[in-house]
Design a binder for this molecule. Structure first.
Ligand SMILES: *Cc1c(COP(=O)(O)O)cnc(C)c1O
Length: 405
């Protein structure tokens, strides 16, 4: 049996939707993108949604919207995908990396210790779909002593009057924290619809706006439409309407818009996301948990508690008391049995670029411990029970082999 890691679910619903968009006479940003935006707004329970061409561009757009630049600091977890930190680098700001907790997510204590008068944004990441403790993070940025440290340099920073919480929700669409979906848990959340994510448009992303008063999320959305399309005051569809050819450029904006072909996939996926995709992902998590829970060497991830439910993105299994080398050997043996597993993530300070930029892995002991013992198991709609059972037996064999040799 061969088990791939994360193939997208492509069936006739998706291909029909894409063909319909292609034949509609309008393939770039248009009616399907607008419809996807309003469906996402309803789904997440936030105030407005801007669809973009990737999660990374959504994150970067919002850092630039807030006016993040040279001299500023952005707090990110060391344990994440590189996009989270790179977007801060693109803006000329410094990503300040902090350690994680044993649940893989950014540590609140570490955030608090890293805040300075240069901190503009905190970017928590819902690793593998497990929501961060947002009540704690939102309370922290509102604390009087933290507010007093904040230096506002732009109109947006002045209006907010505190550190912005920009959640990297690339993994967590559909996850719950205290009965609320990710999207409405912080000032701004960004989803990714990359091919390996829970809900995919091949490439794509969405910015979920839930900014507090006196921000008007609708006007912020209108402004972001221009900012994500070269500062143009009209999109391509508005320009081709009769008499609509004149437009203005209000700033040198970016080119981050989503196409209607992508949105067509997104709409089809979202319509069955809760009823099919999440249901199957949850079953797979439970099947893994049941299979591994009795084994003394297995450490299971959190995925359902009283106040949180994961989006079941990937299953982060840890093996107790092993070294990074042993973990690598286990993965090697699993691969030899045609099962694709992965590691989420190699902490950023272990990569050449960040190492050269002065980050040192010794400062992130929990992130290292999580990484060194972690194996990500596949979770996706088309993964059958037989495949799950094969993954389980393959992992068990590999672990037993390595632990007894
Ligand atoms: C995938 C991912 C992103 C970036 O999303 P893209 O749509 O690929 O740009 C950002 N953060 C994390 C944690 C991710 O896994």
């Amino acid at each position: 049996m061969k088990v791939p890691f994360s193939p997208p679910r492509i069936d006739s619903k998706i291909t029909d939707a894409v063909v319909e968009a292609l034949n509609s006479g309008w393939i770039t940003t248009g009616p399907r993108t607008k419809r996807f935006e309003s469906l996402l707004t309803k789904y997440g329970g936030h105030q407005a949604t801007l669809c973009v061409n990737s999660g990374s561009s959504g994150l970067e757009l919002m850092l630039r919207w807030f006016g993040v630049g040279p001299g500023d600091e952005v707090i990110v977890p060391a344990y994440t995908y590189s996009a989270t930190a790179n977007v801060a680098v693109h803006c000329g700001a410094k990503p300040v990396m902090v350690d994680s907790g044993t649940d893989f997510n950014i540590s609140l204590k570490a955030i608090e210790a890293a805040i300075t008068n240069k901190t503009k944004v905190i970017m928590p990441v819902d690793i593998a779909g497990w929501p961060c403790d947002y009540d704690e993070i939102n309370a922290l940025v509102k604390k009087e002593n933290i507010r007093r440290l904040f230096r506002a340099n732009t109109k947006e920073q002045e209006t907010l009057g505190r550190i912005l919480v920009l959640s990297d929700a690339a993994h967590s669409i559909g996850a719950f924290y205290k009965q609320k979906h990710t999207g409405s848990l912080t000032d701004i959340s960004v989803y990714s619809f990359h091919a390996v994510k829970n809900l995919t448009t091949a490439e794509g992303g969405a910015v979920c706006l839930d900014l507090p008063e006196p921000f008007d999320n609708q006007s912020v959305y209108q402004y972001l439409l221009a900012k994500s399309l070269h500062g143009q005051t009209k999109d391509a569809l508005a320009k081709v309407q009769a008499g609509g050819w004149r437009y203005d450029i209000i700033e040198p904006g970016y080119k981050y818009n989503m196409t209607d072909i992508q949105a067509a996939m997104g709409i089809a996926e979202l319509e069955r996301y809760d009823s099919e995709n999440l249901v199957r992902r949850r079953q797979i998590f439970h099947r893994y948990a049941e299979a591994f829970s009795a084994l003394s060497w297995a450490q299971l991830p959190d995925f359902e508690t009283n106040d949180r439910t994961s989006s079941f993105h990937v299953f982060l299994l840890r093996i107790k008391k092993i070294t990074e080398q042993q973990r690598d050997l286990i993965i090697q043996q699993i691969f030899e049995k045609d099962v694709a597993v992965n590691v989420h993530f190699v902490p950023l300070p272990m990569f050449t670029y960040y190492k050269n930029a002065g980050y040192n892995m010794d400062n992130y002991p929990v992130a290292y411990d999580n990484f060194s013992r972690e194996i990500s198991l596949p979770v996706y709609y088309d993964l059958t029970n037989d495949m799950v059972d094969y993954v389980v037996s393959t992992v068990k064999d590999a672990v037993n082999n390595v632990l007894t040799n």
